[in-house]
Design a protein around this ligand. Structure first.
Ligand code: G3H
Ligand code: 13P
Ligand code: ZN
Ligand code: NA
Length: 283
């Protein structure tokens, strides 16, 4: 069943668990995610990045996720990941997205507030939920020192201002995670999550969560993270399964035979995450 991001995340916030937000680019990923959600009885968020919309087209992404949602009893939200463009956000809303992210985190606070406020106004008028971001999450390829890293973390007082002045529904915070594959082990600022949660008392979002050890994920959820973004770990499972298959059967040419096992491999990874995040059994 298709629901808003807010419906899913408010329940997670009130009941102290987190929901996986998995990036989708193709049919096999959508199917892997919905099967995992059904098998674990988990609410789930499927999200498309601007790159995914460029690759597959907003109509295809929306039709695939809506088909999955409408044929399932678990709550499913369709979310735009890292939206930066007003027109594209409107296009997603028109295509039935139930949640959008406005990522104006590169702007100074005032610009972030103004941009987020504008999106909240149009999205809420259409019954669509809004995630915003404050602080700089960054990529694992960014070579920065520890001091520089800390300086990019979310400032709790700025977060309060952003929330109060915009009316956003959930907030992505920078607490030590990064997009992509980690070079070493990520060190999360758990105390910062506690402080931000106490001040805001709203659903919080963790980006760059692939590669974060189970223990750290669980600690982050206990301290108030309610949405956990996963892309890279699904990409890796897909990639590994395809490579394995082709290595063992170099003459294979039927796409279903090659990609089918990758769909199963992605499903297994997603099921593990759902259990780890505490969303299993919450549908
Ligand atoms: O946060 C970024 C997501 O992993 C999406 O990546 O822009 O390559 O689709 P992408
Ligand atoms: P990972 O690729 O590190 O899982 O990050 C995903 C993400 O944050 C999408 O917004
Ligand atoms: Zn992200
Ligand atoms: Na990551």
């Amino acid at each position: 069943m298709l629901v808003t991001g807010k419906q899913i995340l408010d329940h997670a916030h009130e009941n102290n668990y987190a929901v996986g937000a998995f990036n989708v680019n193709n049919m096999e990923q959508v199917q892997a995610i919905i099967q995992a959600a059904e098998e674990t009885q988990s609410p789930v968020i499927m999200q498309a990045s601007q790159g995914a919309l460029k690759y597959a087209g907003v109509e295809y992404i929306s039709a695939m996720v809506k088909t999955a949602a409408e044929n399932s009893s678990v709550p499913v939200a369709l979310h735009l990941d890292h939206g930066t463009d007003f027109k594209q956000i409107v296009k997603c809303i028109r295509n039935g997205f139930t949640s959008v992210m406005i990522d104006a985190s590169k702007m100074p606070l005032e610009g972030n507030i103004d941009t987020t406020k504008k999106i909240v106004e149009i999205a809420h008028a259409a019954g669509v939920s809004v995630e915003a971001e404050i602080g700089k999450i960054g990529g694992t390829e960014d070579d920065i020192t520890v001091d520089e890293r800390d300086a990019t973390f979310t400032d709790p007082e700025e977060a309060v201002k952003l929330v109060n002045e915009t009316g956003l529904d959930s907030l992505a915070i920078a607490v030590g995670t990064a997009h992509g594959v980690y070079k070493g082990e990520p060190k999360l600022d758990f105390d910062r999550i506690v402080t931000i949660k106490e001040k805001l008392n709203i659903p919080l979002v963790l980006h760059g969560s692939s590669g974060v050890p189970e223990e750290s994920i669980k600690k982050a959820v206990e301290r108030g993270i309610n949405k956990i973004n996963i892309d890279t770990d699904i990409r890796m499972a897909f990639n590994e399964a395809i490579r394995d298959f082709v290595k063992n059967d170099p003459d294979a040419y039927d796409p279903r035979k090659i990609v089918g096992p990758a769909r199963d491999a992605m499903k297994e990874v997603i099921k593990e995450k759902m259990t780890m995040f505490g969303s299993a059994g919450k549908a």
